[in-house]
Every structure is written in C-alpha cells, then in structure tokens.
Design a protein around this ligand. Sequence first.
Ligand SMILES: [Zn+2]
Length: 368
Amino acid sequence: MTIQEFSDIFETLAPSSIAWKNDNVGLQIGRPEAAVRNILVTLDVTAECILEAKRIGASLIVAHHPLLFHPQRSITDRTRVGSLSLALAEERIALFAAHTNLDSVPWGVNGALSMALGLQTPSILSPLSGSLEKIVVYVPADHADSVAEAMYAEGAGMFARYDRCSFRSAGMGTFRGKNGAKPFIGTPGSDERVEETRIEMMCETWRTPSVVRGMLAAHPYEEAAYDVVPLANAHGEYGLGMIGTLPKPMSAKAFLARVKRALKTPALRYTPGDGPVRTVAVCGGSGESVIGDALRRGADALVTADLKYHTFQEHQGRLLLVDAGHYETERLVLPVLAGALREALRQRSYRGSVIVTRTSPNPVFYHT
Ligand SMILES: [Zn+2]
C-alpha cells in the first residue's frame, strides 16, 4: 500500500472536506508513492515519537494535531516544527494529520470521549453546516432511472440511514435547437415538447463535482438542464461535540469523580451548574465554541478543555463546565483510530501493523 492509497482510504473514514476551512489535514510530509510499512498513531509528533516510529519500523505517523499548521518561512533546527520536520524527512517517515475531520466524525474524538463517560444515545452536538447541496436535473422520463443510478453511484441521495433517496415529479420540458445543435429529440429549428422527470437529490458538497460529472455522462441531452442549490440544512452525521445522557442522574460531585476516573486525570478545573447531572455534552480539545449549543440542547454539564477564567465566570450556576485537559480529552481517540484503521486497511489486504504510541506528548503537568 502506498501513502496515496492510505490517504484515499482515510477519506472514506473521516473526509478532509469536513475539517475546518483553516485547518491543515492530510499528508504533511512524505511522498505519496512511498510504501506504507507499519503505522504509528499519536496525538502529537515529538522527537520521542519519531524515535519510537523508527524502532517499530513505521514509515507513516498519523497524528491528530497537524505539525505544519502555520506557514513556515524556513525549515531549520531553530524551531520545534522545523527540527521535527527535518527529522521526519531524514528518517523517511511520512506524516499524515487527522485533525478537525477526526473531531467531526461520530466515531472520532468526541465519540471516544462520550463512550468513556458512558453516555447513552449520543448524537452530534453542533451539526456541520454548509456541507449539503441539492442537485436538481430534468431528464426525459424514460431516462430518469439510468440518470438517477449514475448519481447514486457517485454518492448523491444519501440521507442519514437511507440511501438512493430522490424526489421525482413529472412535467413538460420545451426547447428549440439552434443551427448546429444536435438535439437528442426532434430537429433543430422546431419547437419541441418532451415529457420530462425532475429529479432532486441531496448531496454532500464534496461529492457534487463527481455526481454532476456522472449525471452529465448518463444524461442523453446535448445540453442537460440542472441546478446545484446550496442548503441551509445541517449535516446530521458530522459535526463538533456529542451530547448524550447518563444511565441515571448523579450529583455534580459524583459526575466529576466519574470524569476523573474515565480520563485518568489527577485534577479537573470546573465551575458548578445548577443541579444534578443527566444530560452531558462533550467536546475534546478546545470546546469553547460549543457552549451555546450545549445550553440550547439542555445539557447539565459540558466536558471540554482550554477554558478561560471569564468563560467559567460567564456560565457559573448555569452549566457544570468542566475543563478536563486538552490531552486528556483527546487521547482516548487513539485506540479507536487505530482500530478503525486496522479494520479499513485489513479489507485492502494491508499486512503491516497499526500501533498506538507509548510516548506521552502532553506538555502540561500537574503538581498535586
Ligand atoms: Zn486537540
């Protein structure tokens, strides 16, 4: 398997298109045609992590945090990023980043966190917006099925737990071919009327180009009429954070103890809410942006990290706001990610190993 093939497989697990616009995910260092031997999975790239990759014969590191995030003017030993980049290149170890796309898939960072806390019926807390379009095409009635099949084949018409979804209505199409036109029906220069089917399908924005290509290839007309319409609907399957319920309500004190145990952390920063905890929202890493959604969705508690003093102040008495540490809320995804990769790669006859790092890149320590 090459690194390019690995990237293509990863797209099916956590599409890069669902990452934040300003994020930097995918292959960061390495040659797409190089072979993947073993794979090391980590939250961050560190010097120890590169040594570990070398020791286990890994030619690819999959990291949650992108090493190359801000544009670099030079790659030298003078900076952490430069020095690590040089070491990776010298050791011929490729680096692949799975950041906010891994945050936004239900099985990713937040799925792992909600599972660790024992949340039931978890769903996405802040569904992804701006990721859906509707494709509308007008087809001669007897070609409706073949054009729809071509669109399904490229991924249009998927809706939550359903696929092959379309809406079809019958109507009359009219046209007149000018000189030089080669109409599929009728002759140039004369008014034509054709029984047509209007097909509508929902489509994820990143699939639209290939759906339109497939649709045009299957469409019998010389010039097919179609619309691509952006939708304000949120994507139900992707987005930041998760929300779910505890098996039974518990006191804030008992809930904090549960978080400490699940995350194996010696300390938590928090501000109290206003009662027992039942509905819980989680967002691994920096989840300040989802506090509004947690309140709107009726959460009693939000477990996240990187919260500021004034954020605690703002929500004191309204929501049990827990800062459980950036590293602590994200590291749970590593075994889940490794498992998902093993499963996906096994189906492509990949023989190497996928190993979770034994190093701890957490730069934050607790003095207790
Ligand atoms: Zn993070």
